[in-house]
Design a protein around this ligand. Structure first.
Ligand code: FES
Ligand code: ZN
Ligand code: ZN
Length: 292
């Protein structure tokens, strides 16, 4: 198997493209895919100050690496969740990566910010609570530090499994909000997903191709069983019919999303913390009260 571009021995076959690539040309293929996504959906403007949320995993690591090649105005933010060895490894990986990318890295300790770390949460749905806490704190950091975009490492498989989940549960409201970006509204900073058209498997291969050392272990508290089942089902479809995942997201964005009712969400400031919420007190403040 030879690289379709330079004819050197191939590193990977991209079935939906009917092409094979060496490491160098695979990296170029992914980078141009991300660049096209950014341009097509107008995710980044020249004067944006972008916060890249890096966990140390493959997706956010690849995201930081690619964005730092394309833009100057990028800062990496890592939340230290205090999950023992997992967090220690994540922090080391992120430090090494930011040096490789020559990007400023700021590390925030969850314990310092809210007074507890993830293992201290005694709720059954600890992983869900963790997601909410991370979203809230990244937004708070972005707002207070003057960033106007938060870039997250959501890949194509993450987005599709979320769509499937919404379809199965009939959650039309959530479904209508799905997309590669959200707008900034008051203290709620817009989020962008530059890896929107990148397969999860491609992110792992990209990290290997360019030499990114990412954390391979998954969080010991991770409980994404439902999401993992949807991803497996989508893999099966992709296996039988290469390119199905891309067709799915493209037809969702072009044909299905425009048909969904657009509901303007009314946001006001949380009585406790002042950040944006749809009710009187935001879910983060409610959660922290329950935890403490
Ligand atoms: Fe949040 Fe695992 S990373 S619970
Ligand atoms: Zn090549
Ligand atoms: Zn609040």
């Amino acid at each position: 198997m030879k690289c379709s571009v330079c004819k050197k021995p191939a590193f990977v076959k991209v079935r939906y493209m009917k092409k094979s690539y060496c490491k160098e040309h695979f990296a170029q293929f992914i980078e141009s895919k991300v660049k096209n996504t950014i341009e097509k959906f107008k995710l980044i403007d020249e004067d944006d100050k972008i916060l890249v949320a890096v966990s140390g995993g493959k997706d956010s690591s690849a995201l930081l690496y690619i964005l730092s090649k394309l833009f100057n105005n990028v800062v990496a933010i890592h939340l230290d969740l205090g999950i023992g060895e997992f967090s220690r490894k994540s922090k080391e990986a992120v430090k090494e990566l930011s040096k490789l990318c020559n990007v400023e890295l700021k590390i925030y300790k969850l314990k310092d910010m809210v007074g507890f770390s993830i293992p201290e949460i005694k709720l059954e749905r600890r992983c869900g609570a963790c997601g909410l806490i991370k979203r809230y704190l990244l937004n708070k950091i972005a707002y207070e530090e003057g960033f106007n975009k938060i870039a997250v490492g959501h890949n194509l498989d993450d987005e599709l499994s979320f769509i499937v989940n919404c379809l199965i549960s009939g959650d039309i409201k959530q479904l209508s909000r799905i997309g590669p970006k959200t707008q900034t509204k008051g203290k709620l900073i817009g989020r962008i997903k530059p890896l929107y058209k990148c397969y999860e498997s491609e992110m792992k291969l990209y990290c290997d191709a360019v030499g990114i050392n990412y954390v391979k272990e998954i969080c010991p508290f991770s409980k994404g069983a439902k999401q993992a089942v949807y991803k497996k089902a989508l893999d099966l479809i992709e296996e039988k019919s290469p390119g199905s995942k891309l067709s799915f997201i493209n037809s969702f964005i072009k044909k299905i999303k425009p048909l969904l009712p657009k509901e303007e969400v009314k946001l006001n400031e949380c009585k406790e913390c002042g950040f944006m919420t749809t009710s009187d007190v935001c879910s983060f403040c409610k959660l922290v009260k329950r935890i403490k």
